[in-house]
Design a protein around this ligand. Structure first.
Ligand code: TRP
Length: 455
């Protein structure tokens, strides 16, 4: 493996179009869709959030995803180099590289809390497997989760384990590992989610769950909901910080970016909706609280696993898959960090992966303690804990603004002629639509959502 080739650091050449697709889906489908989306729906207005999320994903997320992959294909290097070089070529300015730097910051911050939460899911594997959660009521699984969060030492162990699992494949060069895991894991995860939905449909309050998720409630659409849903759209698609730019750098020539992007978006929406459809019927049938917050998935699904035959095994398998889904996302966060420094400092890719991972691990304690000893610490006033701040800053500010910069770059700075060739739409109509979305609609929409938040 090349150790100092920063371009190769991005992804290696994907061995096939399928491998690329799986890696890109692996990056986007993760805790964001299965853990975060349901609890954000629960705290952010139910179906109103769902509606705005879907609109954001299609009108803003999809075009920006296409833009990011296109820039990657044009630059064929790590995210920062690509932006510097393309910026130079089209505008005579290298300052576009700064967008890549902000992306690195966002990646470190996201990875820091991502690993903590993914650690929860690792911890739940033995908890379920040993039968410790069998037959518990909703209140009891809630208490079990609270007790678990109250133990910083246990959380530290699982956080460390997950970060190790992230560092090792990135240190080695990710393509072989990622490709192999994702190819069988994604289909299995989907299958399991479908089974859970069926279970929830039979045993849970299916109607209440569906109404909560899908009955349009326009009155509940506030600017807060719009911003949260916008942030979630970026987070769940892995866009706005350069992950997809790095992944696009080694796209095999024949791959259609627009088609691939549609598949990625579809997979992200499908997983999120399946997760919601599995969780909310159980919430309502067991009198649980939909706005329970970050513990929602852990509490509700554990009730379901505890009640179903073979639930201990089934539940353990689910959390294994969730952890793997998280892993295929977390490597795509560490990867751009490594790619940003590779070739710039005289350290091997492996050393960079370790340093990046350890920095994120240490920062992760801000999140880890937010759920126990620092749960009453509100660093900048208000009610937000450290975790809430990091989450807010990354999802609601850094990713949307990074994404807008990439959209503006692809739409205004890159010439029409070159972008037509690189993005590869078959129909001129869709090309023009995409261009309109990245030049005008997405930037105005996203900036409006972010800016209104400050008033
Ligand atoms: N999309 C992943 C999830 O939903 C998280 C993620 C991975 C991500 N890489 C990213 C988010 C890059 C933003 C940018 O779990």
């Amino acid at each position: 493996m090349q150790s100092n080739d920063n371009a190769g650091a991005a992804a290696g050449q994907w061995s096939s179009r399928f491998a690329f697709l799986m890696a890109a889906i692996g990056s986007s489908v993760g805790l964001g869709n299965i853990w975060k989306f349901p609890y954000m729906i629960g705290t952010g207005g139910g179906s109103a959030f769902m509606l705005v999320y879907l609109i954001c994903v299609l009108a803003v997320g999809l075009p920006i995803l296409i833009a990011e992959l296109t820039l990657g294909r044009m630059g064929r290097q790590g995210p920062i180099e690509t932006l510097v070089e393309l910026g130079h070529r089209y505008s005579g300015r290298a300052t576009w590289g700064l967008v890549g730097c902000v992306g690195v910051l966002a990646a470190v911050l996201i990875l820091s809390f991502y690993s903590v939460v993914a650690g929860w899911s690792l911890a739940y594997i033995p908890k379920l497997l040993m039968g410790g959660m069998t037959g518990l009521s909703g209140a009891e699984t809630g208490k079990a989760f609270d007790d678990f969060l109250a133990d910083p030492l246990a959380l530290t162990f699982w956080h460390a384990l997950f970060m190790l699992l992230t560092i090792i494949p990135v240190a080695r060069g990710i393509q072989s590992g990622i490709e192999k895991a994702v190819v069988w894991m994604m289909p299995l995860l989907f299958a399991l989610l479908v089974v859970l939905c069926i279970y929830a449909g039979i045993e849970g309050d299916f109607t209440a769950g569906m109404v909560y998720l899908f009955k349009p409630d326009f009155g509940a659409v506030t600017w807060d909901v719009v911003l949260a849903a916008t942030g979630q759209a970026f987070f769940s698609l892995s866009i706005g910080l350069g992950t997809m730019l790095a992944y696009g750098a080694y796209l095999p020539g024949g791959v259609s970016i627009p088609r691939t992007s549609v598949v990625i978006v579809f997979a992200a929406i499908l997983t999120a909706v399946l997760a919601g459809a599995a969780i909310f019927p159980i919430v309502f049938a067991n009198g649980l609280n939909p706005s329970e917050g970050p513990g929602l998935v852990f509490v509700t699904l554990t009730v379901a696993f505890g009640a179903m035959p073979g639930g201990a095994i089934f539940g353990a398998v689910f959390f294994v898959l969730l952890a793997i889904a998280a892993l295929t996302s977390s490597v795509s966060l560490l990867e751009p960090i490594v790619a940003a420094f590779a070739g710039r400092v005289r350290l091997s890719r492996s050393a960079l992966a370790w340093i990046g991972g350890i920095v994120a691990w240490v920062l992760g304690f801000l999140t880890l303690f937010s759920f126990n000893i620092w749960s009453d610490v509100h660093p900048f006033g208000g009610t937000r804990t450290w975790f809430d701040w990091i989450d807010f800053l990354t999802s609601n500010i850094l990713l949307p603004l990074g994404g807008v910069m990439l959209a503006l770059f692809a739409g205004w700075v890159v010439t029409r002629q070159d972008s037509v060739a690189a993005v590869g739409f078959e129909s001129p109509f869709f090309y023009s639509l995409w261009r309109l979305l990245v030049r005008v609609v997405a930037p105005i929409g996203v900036v409006a959502a972010v800016v209104t938040n400050f008033f």
